[in-house]
Structure formats: C-alpha cells, structure tokens
Design a protein around this ligand. Structure first.
Ligand SMILES: Cc1cc2nc3c(=O)[nH]c(=O)nc-3n(C[C@H](O)[C@H](O)[C@H](O)COP(=O)(O)OP(=O)(O)OC[C@H]3O[C@@H](n4cnc5c(N)ncnc54)[C@H](O)[C@@H]3O)c2cc1C
Length: 562
C-alpha cells in the first residue's frame, strides 16, 4: 500500500478487486496524520490535472491525484475560491471557477481555439511579450489536444479557398492580406473531464485520486532546491502529508500562484519568487460587444456566423493578419459576428449566458445567487440569452441554424452585432497577492488586481477601421462604429486566468522554465494557463491541454529514468 493508514469504508474494501481497482478515495476518511507516498503527485483534477494523470498512466508510475472538492459542488469548498477584487471588475466566484472534480470545465462553454504563431514571438510594440518556446513546439500537441477534446480538427478549416459552401464575399474577405480567420470550434458536447474520465481513473491500477484533499502548502527541502512534501487538509481540519519524487501544481490560473505564494516555510515571499515575479502579469481575455454590421442583400456568411457540423460546430472571426499587426502596432484581436442584439442584451450578454448555464444546473448557483437581481423582463432578450452555440444541445443546433439561414434569406438587410475579443499587454502591476483575510482552512485569501490597459481599446478601435474597410471593399455591407463611443464601452472578463506563474528563460522575468519547471526547484512543475506569458485572443483550454500533453511526455521520461 502507498498510504500508511487509510480508513476505508467496508463497501470500498469489499468491492475492490485486482481487475477493477476502485481508486477514487476520500480524504475525509483518512486518519489525521496519514502519510501518502507516490512517484508523482498532481494537485488539482481539472482539465490539466486529469489530462496529465492519464498521459502518465502508461508509465506504470504511482500517480497520486489530489482534488480539493468532491464529485459535485459544495458551497463551503467553493467558498475557498473567494477573492478580494481591487481591480477591473470580474465575474462572481460561482461563474469564474469551479472547485470540484473536473474543475472549471464542469461549467466551460467548450469554445476552442489555437493560439496564433505571433502570440509566441517577441513583439517590440507589446512590452513583456514572447514565450521561450515557439508555435512549432506546441503545434503537434494541438492535434492531440483536439482529439482529446473531441473537436473538429482545426486544419480542416485553414484553407479558406476549399471550404465547402463558403460565401463568395466571406471567402474574399478572409483571403485579404490584412485579414486572417480566427477559427473557433466546439465539440458536439463540451468535454466534462470529471464525468467522462471518472470511470477510467477509478479503474486505473496506478492512479489514485483523493477527493476532498486540499493542498495548503508546498514544503521544499532546507536548501529550497527540491520539494519534499505537500501538506493536505480536509474541511474538518485533519491533516495529511504527501511525499513524491515529482510534484505538479494544476490548480488553475489563480490558485497555482496562491499556493506558491502561501508556501513560505523556506522563503517568506513564497516558492519560485526570488525575483518578485510570482503572481504578476495577470491576464484575461477582455471582451466587449460593440459595433454593428448592416449586411447587404443576398450576402451569405455561413462561416462568419457559425455552422453546425456532424462533429460539432465552427465559427470564424475576422482577425488582423500578422503583417498588419506589425505595421500598425496592434494587439492580437478579432471581431466575431452574432445575430443583432438589443442594447439591453448587449450589456447583459456575458453574464446572462452564465446565468442560464447556472440555472440549468451546469454550474454552481449557491445561496449567494439571487435571481431577483437579474433583469429578465424583456422576452426578446431572453431569446438571445439562449445563445445557441454556447448552450444549445448539439442535436437542436442544426435545425436552428437551418431555420436561421432561411429567415435571413427572406430579409433584404440583416444586422449583425460585433463581439470584440482582444489580448492584453502583460503588465507586472496586473497581479494577484495574498490578502490579510484567511479562508476556512487558514490559507490567506487572494487579492486580485486586474488591469485592462489602454492598448485593448486602442487595438479594438484600429481593428474596427480594418473590419469597416474590408466589409465595404468586399461588398458585405457596412460597419457602424464610433471611436468616441468605444471609449466608454465596458469590457467583461472571460474567466480565463492567465499568466501568474509565467514561463521564461530566466527567474528574473518569470516563474517556470520552458519545461514548466519552477526555476531553481528540481522536482516542482506548474501546469495550466498560469504559465502562459501572453494570452493571445484564443480561449485557453485547448492550449492548456496541449501544453499538458507535452509536459506528460517530458515527465514520463523523467519517471522512467528513475
Ligand atoms: C463560465 C466559464 C466558461 C468558460 N468557457 C471557456 C471556453 O469556452 N473555452 C475555454 O477555452 N475556456 C473556457 N473557460 C475556462 C476553462 O474552464 C479553464 O481554462 C479550464 O477549466 C482550466 O483548467 P485547469 O485544469 O487548468 O484548472 P481548473 O479547471 O480550475 O482545475 C483546477 C482543479 O484544482 C482543484 N484545486 C484547486 N485548488 C486546490 C488545492 N489547493 N488542492 C487541491 N485541489 C485544488 C480544483 O477544485 C479544480 O478541480 C471557461 C470558464 C468558465 C468559468
């Protein structure tokens, strides 16, 4: 046995056989002071943690996967995620992250995009840009990640000229030298990692999953060069210790930094923080709904408005080409076209999608959620809340899309709203720190100070100039936009927590190296969007999974080298 004193319930021991080893364990049933030994310990069973454990399984190494929550949401565990926000407004706790088995992908919308090659490059007009790896390094992992997420492969949509059924005008626009397609895909169902892989993990002979196991501290050896153990607590304050050869933090973009900051036994500023980089350069994907395209009669835009496929869905956005970004000093951003929204729907859009998800039982509601706070008086807007690509079941999406097309054909002029997605400049003052307040386990709460940066609005304004010119030049219609109005438009976050343990060549400008290993700590790795030095405009999960598969290969070799 790996653990020294597991107090198993009789039902667990009775059904356990060699052929089907039940390995989802409950830390609440461990005795205080239990020690657990493994070859590798992964903290967090979200997209990253589950992917890593599965990719390491064939190595035969003893894998311990620790998860803070249980198999469903519990309010007191979710409350461990409360943050004190002092910066630009972000979504409430229950819409921002999910703290149980499967992580935030229990709630995600499944919108998947690859990052662009330019996102990895040093750009002299984007301070603190550049990854220590380039796009070619991650490219092969994207294909595997797409398979894992059951997505339509992106490569099928890259050659605009060969796309079946593409509209003439959209083909011309997306082939223009200034423009690029921003390709978003969805699987027919968003991957719910916890639900889909629970059985497989249960049966694994060498992966042990511990639920209700909160890691509260990472403890390095005296010289700080390696981690010796993790401190684990249950909600009723029992304490356990996990020892392993290798440790990986996969607790999400905010929590990875929190754990390292709070691990102060050897250094008062935390682990991996010799040069005050930990928690800095926090990024999200600011999104705004601003601008309207009046589309000319008989113009068809199937790819720009989204089409159903047998394997899922695809929608293109209009992005500025790499060359155009260089010439004009633009951040990487794109415009997505959606059915025209009323002004009220525009302001409520992001929040409303989540409220519908939460109400339909796909997210965490909790007693803090009050329906009475939500203005849902306008039935027309309620229709928009049910944003088809995001929450409509796949089998209904196809008839819906056909109906939508038929209605559009009958209208002389149609209107489309512009949803603007933009990357941010990595800013050291946009950051997380530890606050004075403590959570129920005694860990300092996070203070989040998200800064938007003027460059976001400037880039969206420049992008609108390009989109306006392109839609006109290619006979699509006219973009209505106004730079002065744009100055007051509110951006919302996208629950994409990026950059707090950024990847860098040296510890002077980041926290982990190009292998995701914490600088100066031999056996400690970080996995997830906290390692991205820049965020591009792409939703992060596909890149998280790709980077995790890459890390899995590296750690598999390390484990087999003994
Ligand atoms: C409403 C919403 C919509 C989204 N839509 C999209 C989308 O369309 N496309 C996209 O790409 N992304 C989307 N995301 C983001 C996406 O969900 C995340 O990028 C992804 O889930 C991150 O995976 P992860 O494994 O790195 O972290 P998480 O999913 O956060 O998993 C971390 C795990 O660690 C556990 N944990 C945390 N702290 C501890 C601890 N101290 N000890 C032990 N365990 C711990 C947590 O319980 C959790 O299970 C969305 C997110 C939200 C909230």
């Amino acid at each position: 046995m790996w653990k020294s004193s597991y107090v198993a319930s009789t039902s667990v021991t009775r059904t356990q056989t060699d052929a089907e080893k039940l390995t989802i364990l409950d830390a609440n049933k461990l005795a205080n002071g239990t020690g657990i030994d493994a070859d590798i310990c992964i903290v967090g069973a979200g997209a990253a943690g589950i992917t890593l454990a599965r990719s390491l399984e064939p190595s035969g190494a003893k894998i311990c996967l620790l998860e803070s929550g249980g198999l469903s949401i519990e309010e007191e565990v979710q409350a461990l995620y409360d943050v004190d926000n002092t910066g630009y407004p972000i979504r409430e706790n229950f819409m921002s992250r999910v703290r149980y088995f499967g992580g935030s992908c229990n709630l995600w919308a499944g919108r998947s995009m690859r990052m662009s090659p330019i996102d990895f490059k040093v750009r002299d007009w984007v301070p603190n840009s550049g990854w220590p790896i380039d796009y070619a390094e991650i490219d092969p992992w994207y294909e595997r990640a797409e398979r894992l997420l059951r997505l339509p492969p992106e490569k099928e949509f890259v050659d605009v000229g060969r796309l079946p059924g593409i509209g003439d005008q959209e083909k011309a626009l997306l082939s223009a030298t200034d423009a690029e397609s921003a390709i978003a895909t969805w699987a027919s169902k968003p991957m719910r990692f916890g639900k889909v892989f629970k059985r497989e993990l249960k049966r694994s002979k060498n992966i042990e999953v511990y639920l209700n196991a909160n890691v509260t501290e990472v403890v390095p050896a005296e010289n700080g060069a390696a981690v010796t153990r993790l401190v684990v607590k249950t909600m009723d304050k029992r304490q356990m210790v996990v020892r392993a050869r290798l440790f990986v933090l996969a607790t999400g973009g905010l929590e990875n930094a929190r754990l390292l900051l709070a691990s102060t036994e050897r250094a008062s500023s935390g682990i991996g923080n010799d040069f005050d980089q930990l928690g800095r350069y926090y990024l999200d994907h600011p999104r705004s709904i601003y601008g309207r395209v009046r589309v000319n009669e008989s113009v068809r835009l199937p790819y720009l408005t989204g089409i159903p496929l047998t394997t899922g869905k695809v929608q293109f956005g209009i992005a500025a080409s790499e060359e155009y970004q260089r010439e004009n000093g633009l951040l990487n951003c794109y415009a997505s076209l959606e059915p025209e929204l009323s002004e009220f729907a525009q302001t409520q859009y992001g929040r409303s999608i989540n409220i519908v998800k939460v109400l339909s039982g796909r997210g965490h509601v909790g007693s803090r959620f009050r329906l009475s706070d939500v203005d849902m008086t306008d039935m027309r807007d309620l229709v928009y809340y049910l944003t088809p690509k995001e929450i409509m079941p796949h089998f209904l999406y196809k008839p819906y899309a056909l109906l939508k097309q038929a209605v559009r054909k009958r209208r002389a002029i149609q209107g489309l709203s512009v949803i603007n997605y933009c990357e941010q400049v990595p800013d050291p003052e946009s950051r997380v720190t530890l606050g004075k307040e403590r959570d129920a386990l005694g860990m300092p709460k996070l203070q989040l100070h998200w800064r938007l940066g003027d460059e976001v609005r400037q880039s969206v304004a420049r992008m609108h100039e390009t989109v306006a010119r392109l839609v006109k030049e290619h006979g699509i219609g006219e973009l209505h936009t106004d730079e002065e109005e744009l100055a007051d438009v509110r951006f919302s976050d996208a629950s994409h927590h990026i950059g707090t343990t950024r990847m860098s060549d040296t510890p002077r400008n980041g926290v982990v190296d190009s292998d995701c290993r914490v600088h100066g700590v031999d056996n400690l790795y970080v996995c997830g969007s906290s390692v991205f030095p820049t965020g591009g405009y792409a939703n992060p999960t596909l890149t998280i999974v790709a980077l995790t598969l890459r890390l899995g290969e590296l750690l598999g070799k390390e484990l087999s080298n003994g």
